[in-house]
Structures are given as C-alpha cells and as structure tokens.
Design a protein around this ligand. Sequence first.
Ligand SMILES: [Zn+2]
Length: 127
Amino acid sequence: MNKKEMKVFKDALLKEKERILKSITHLEENTQQSSRGNIAQSSGVPTHIADLGTDAFEKDLDLNLTSSELALLEKIEESLKKIEEKKYGVCESCNKPIPKARLRAVPYAKLCIQCQKAQEKEEGRQG
Ligand SMILES: [Zn+2]
C-alpha cells in the first residue's frame, strides 16, 4: 500500500472516530437529561410499573450502544496505530494483506474476510 492510499484510510478512520465521539457525547447528554427530568410527574400521569420497565430497558439499550461504540473506537485507535507503524491492512490472523475493497468498507478491519468468518463461527459456537 502506498502513502496516498494509506492517507485515504487514515482519513476515513479519523472521520469515523469523530463520528463515534460525537455520538457517545450525545448519548451521555441524553442519559443525563432523562435522569434529571421526570416526565410522568410533570404531566400528572401516575407512574405505572410498565413505564418503569420501559425506562430501564431504554437505559440498558443506551449503555449497550455506548459500549459497542467504545469497542469500535478502540478498533479505530488500533488501526491508526498500525498506520503509524506501517502495519496497516494486514490480517492479524493469517498475515495476508486485507483486500482494499474490504478496508474501504471497514477501515478498522483487523482480519481478512476468511478469518473474520472463521472467528464469527467460533464465537457463535461459544454462545
Ligand atoms: Zn486472514
């Protein structure tokens, strides 16, 4: 991979990183707002147990989303480091170059498609 190509992927990674950082900040703002304001109280509607359940569920969903975004952010950081070390675009499992078409779709990919599929199969078996 030449310098110019490397820069394209680096830019894509930086852009994705920025997007995630923004979405995480947005989620945190939302969580703070929902814990501050009590909609049920202000509208005079009695709080039902069902409402509480939905609330807790939504909070869980937010947390899950944040942790998956954080995992993605970690992958991006690793890929950026690899670019600095000139090791970017090589499969961590079989050490073969990851196809550029795949990197264009998933710039933080650590594995080639074959190894990714094998890993997913493995994870699926574990439950
Ligand atoms: Zn591989």
